[in-house]
Design a protein around this ligand. Sequence first.
Ligand code: DO4
Ligand code: MG
Length: 278
Amino acid sequence: MKLYKTSKGIYLQDNQSVYQLNYGWDELVNRDGLHDFLKKALQIAIKVTGSDWQSHLLPPIESQEVWAAGVTYLQSRDARVEESQSSGGSDLYKRVYDAERPEIFFKATASRVVGNDQDISIRKDSTWNVPEPELTVFANSNGDIQGYTIGNDMSSRSIEGENALYLPQAKTYDKSAAIGPCLTVLPEPISKETVISIVIKRNNEAVYSDSTPLSRMKRELTELVGFLFRELTFPNGVFLMTGTCLVPPNDFTLIPGDVVEIAIDGIGTLTNTVAHNK
Ligand code: DO4
Ligand code: MG
């Protein structure tokens, strides 16, 4: 089942049928057993005809914060080791990949997050910018994963590569995070065979594309969420981006006008156009 947040309300898609739900986002999603609750809710919900609601999509978030895990795939570790070479190299990334404790960092408040078909931003003081396609989990206030969405952890590789202590500037700025198009709620944990893929288009032509199954991730999703909740509470639940495996070649940087399409089986496609903030 897929939950869509729109400016006209919340819509639930179950197979080919769509229903409108009369709830606020926070009270709807932050519960145990969200999948079973939605199954029951659609029995008394009003069925919607037509697709007008699809042109009013918002990011599937309200009061939640967005956090992110890093260096959860070998490809991310190796890319970061390389990008730090210009500043003398760093063994931080190898150490965190092997350590029991994962890298987890604060990514964005909801006001800095964009949804499907909205612009994402690259920093004007950065020379090397990439998207980071990431499975993003929604955990409720009890720390239990209730749903999945697609995330883009936009990153400045030049700023992070200059000094790892600049990570918050490389990662967090207006429109640096995209999530959407929906929150997918499954009866079981998402399969590790699920594929995440990316295509970056410039002037309508693909300039980079790649894909990977989630099984390449070194850590469990529940392990990452467990660390996030160790000494933090999230009264409305929280989104956690789970790290990237799809890293464009080192000579690639995003430019304004590029279109980034990230797809995950069973969730959909998150499409954003790159722009500079005003
Ligand atoms: O270590 C810096 C950030 C890592 C990250 O965002 C990722 O691996 O996806
Ligand atoms: Mg990332």
